[in-house]
Write a protein that binds this ligand. Structure first.
Ligand code: SAM
Length: 250
């Protein structure tokens, strides 16, 4: 069943209206016809089973047949603080970590980031990143769209980190991720820091520790930044029991 995130204003009474690229996708790419069904989400946590009534490349109108709560959102709210890395790698992180269950992304300007914040704050790039997240969320059956925050400095990121805060680091003083997760109560929120291609500077590791952020190791092999983000996200959600339930469909 194809899924589409829409603005709440697209839903009026028992009807939903999709326009722009979504109408084009439904009519031209997917070639759906009146009578076929899609799932529409308004990012509130509810999802709507919709029967298509009118399908044109400009405008698709459907009738809401059923409303249910999306059951796929992780209980542990994981925010990924990703050190700025080159765009293709960052986009891979956005896509894969949305599929796995990250609820928010914060791009972080680090001492060893090879890209500058000016490169990364262009509106077109931000919009592209939001599209990547939305497509990954639709494809993977997420109930809510992960939030993409603006680029922030490392210091601001440390101040805003919530819940159990972890910083992936490949050497001392990092302790194994599993050991750290086994010694804490299941947190409501996790803030996970992953470094840029050049890793975190020692001053950044020390600064993070001052804020109570715990350095964690992902094993003896050095992973590329994008691999580390994907692996660490999966390991945290797996260890905290958020990858146990099968999908209920919908
Ligand atoms: N240039 C660094 C070096 O050679 O030591 C490697 C940095 S690594 C490519 C990029 C980021 O991935 C690191 O800052 C860290 O957050 C994460 N990372 C990669 N391998 C890791 C490991 N084995 N344990 C913990 N974090 C790791």
């Amino acid at each position: 069943m194809h899924r589409f995130f829409v603005a709440p204003s697209a839903l009026q009474h028992q009807t939903v209206t999709l326009t722009g690229p979504q109408a084009h996708q439904i009519a031209v790419v997917l070639r759906l016809r009146p009578g076929e069904r899609i799932v529409v989400l308004d990012n509130s946590g509810w999802q709507y089973l919709v029967e298509l009534q009118t399908v044109t490349p400009q405008r698709v109108v459907g009738r809401i047949c059923e409303r249910s709560l999306a059951t796929t959102e992780p209980r542990v709210k994981l925010t990924l603080y990703q050190g700025l890395i080159r765009a293709p790698k960052f986009e891979l992180v956005l896509q894969k970590c949305t599929e796995i269950g990250v609820v928010a992304f914060v791009p972080v300007l680090c001492a060893r980031s090879l890209v500058t914040s000016a490169d990364e704050t262009r509106p077109a790039k931000f919009e592209r990143w939001q599209r990547i997240i939305a497509e990954a969320a639709e494809q993977s059956g997420r109930g809510k769209l992960p939030v993409l925050h603006p680029v922030t400095t490392f210091g601001q990121a440390c101040r805003q980190a919530r819940g159990l805060a972890l910083l992936a680091h490949e050497r001392a003083p990092a302790r194994p991720l599993r050991t750290v997760l086994q010694t804490v109560e299941r947190p409501f929120a996790v803030s996970l820091f992953i470094g840029p291609e050049g890793g975190f500077a020692p001053e950044e590791v020390a600064q993070a520790q001052d804020y109570g952020i715990v350095p964690v190791a992902l094993g003896p092999r050095i992973l590329r930044a994008e691999t580390a983000a994907i692996v660490a996200t999966a390991l945290v959600l797996y260890t905290l029991g958020d990858m146990d339930e099968p999908s209920h469909g919908g």
